[in-house]
Unconditional design. Structure first.
Length: 164
């Protein structure tokens, strides 16, 4: 059974958070940057690490590990920032997603993708688009537009606008 909405072969950028492999639709990815210094913005949520200067634009950086309830991302030689476009309520926000490492770009056929697991009503899984299978491993396919609530994106936008 394939996931509704995924009807053709799609390319995904895979990245690691801890031991888990995640994927995001390549059409949402602008670029991948080496980890750079991040300017902390006061009074923002823990998962928001701060902002970076990307060719003159202020881009908020979000620690995906913290967003998913893991420990804070530690800077290593592989740590990177994935610049993504998030669309919520017809508004597009560019933000950086901090990841332990970027793996590769892969093609997944619709039949290689299972629906997200239903784990009761207490666990939020609506941001998981599906579970991709490659070789003998699962890849958690994220719906990047659903990871952040409108309130969280508003906080990210406020942080971006309050940065000189």
């Amino acid at each position: 059974m394939s996931v509704t909405g995924i009807v053709e072969t799609t390319q995904y950028l895979t990245f690691k958070l801890g031991d888990e492999v995640f994927a995001v639709d390549i059409s949402k990815v602008r670029e991948v940057l080496d980890f750079t210094s991040v300017t902390k913005v006061p009074r923002t949520p823990d998962f928001m690490r701060g902002v970076i200067n990307l060719r003159g634009s202020v881009v908020p950086v979000v620690d995906m590990r913290l967003k998913f309830g893991m420990s804070q991302t530690e800077k290593t030689v592989n740590t990177c920032i994935i610049i993504v476009e998030v669309t919520l309520e017809n508004e597009t926000t560019v933000l950086g997603a901090l990841a332990d490492s970027v793996q590769e770009v892969i093609d997944l056929e619709p039949e290689q993708i299972e629906p997200a697991p239903r784990i009761g009503t207490r666990l939020r899984t609506e941001f998981i688009r599906g579970m991709g299978k490659k070789d003998d491993h699962f890849i958690i396919i994220l719906d990047i537009d659903r990871i952040f609530s409108s309130e969280e994106l508003a906080m990210v936008q406020d942080a971006k606008e309050s940065t000189p």
